[in-house]
Design a protein around this ligand. Sequence first.
Ligand code: PRP
Ligand code: URA
Length: 208
Amino acid sequence: MNLTVLNNSLIEHKVSLIRNKETGTKEFREIISEISTLLCYEAMKDAKLEEVEIETPICKTTAKILKEDNYAFVPILRAGTGMLDGLLNVIPNAKIGHIGLYRNEETLTPVKYYYKMPKDINEREAIVLDPMLATGGSACDTIKCLKNDGVKKIKFLCIIAAKPGIERLQKEHPDVDIFAAKVDEYLNENGYIIPGLGDAGDRIFGTK
Ligand code: PRP
Ligand code: URA
């Protein structure tokens, strides 16, 4: 199974706070960022490390460190940028690629309006960021673009993953590991996750 769900009471508590429509933009943004950091820790659980010689205040020793410039974070505009700080807090040297997609409100298919990746993206592991995995269209299109660019290792991090989106992503890209804070069952007729948290972009940027 390539789906990891953060099973933790504190995360459950934080997700409940952002589900609440009374939670304002500032707190919403802060919690998205906090949860994103924790998703990043989970996604890096088995990351390759390299050995270096260092000196502690007491003695010389061999230590293992992460090769930070192996990674590219790829937030899906707009809402994915809300997760970026949470990851950069812990892996500050990653490069960043942007993809702009919005969902056509009638067909729910994603429309691409921007794409700019680091030049050496094909040599990096891509960590795709989007708080919401609903139908899975935006995630699948993003991953397709990255694979077309030669990216071989991709992970997808989200706050809420809906079952239809998980199924589609697993079917179209079984090689991509998915990390989610919470799984929801359904989408409504407008493609919104139930119970979800509403429109993540609007809530992060205060546009509605
Ligand atoms: C939202 C969300 C995802 C997408 C998920 O973006 O941030 O990108 O919908 O839906 P899907 O799994 O059905 O593709 P939206 O289109 O609302 O754009 P925005 O981030 O600019 O608000
Ligand atoms: N995009 C969102 O922002 N929220 C949803 O519930 C579904 C897609």
